[in-house]
Design a protein around this ligand. Sequence first.
Ligand code: ZN
Length: 186
Amino acid sequence: MLSRRFTFFAVLSLLVFIVSTALGVRSFWASDRLARISQRKGALALDSNSGVLYLIKTGDNQSPWSPGWYLQTRPTRLDVAKMSTHDFLGFQFRGDDPLFHTRFIGIPFWFPAVLGAIAPCIWYVRRVRLRRIALGLCVSCCHDLRGCTDECCPNCGKLIPRPAGALDDGLGLRVDMDGSLRELPP
Ligand SMILES: [Zn+2]
């Protein structure tokens, strides 16, 4: 197997990708809001709306609700984005102002989704590469290199890594002839 720590990180990243994508898609027709109303009737809220996750803070005496926690779902309206003073690729910001006293930052769901997809992609590419080397195939074109003594793949010209059986990928991993990957002893 690939290093356990990296595999664990890749699985966590995959979860971030799945949750961000699911919440992002959902936020286009249902806006979820987790809010805490303070004793002074100011609100601190996490709000998913039209592909963006907002952290919103309002001034005192602005909330019609009594103090406490609220979880609310309502149909999505484009009301939050209209209030932003800065908008770049879905990243939004609104500073304090004397009239509304509502501040927020918005992070588009695509951002954690893209970040979360990186590690699983690297994991998959490394897995495929090590598997091909272990099976005696060219990492680039899958040409059968068993018995081949050349330095480069005769099919695509790609440099052939050190022979399968004792391959160290530089990250403490080793490919054995049976195709299994093992961690090298330190
Ligand atoms: Zn090749």
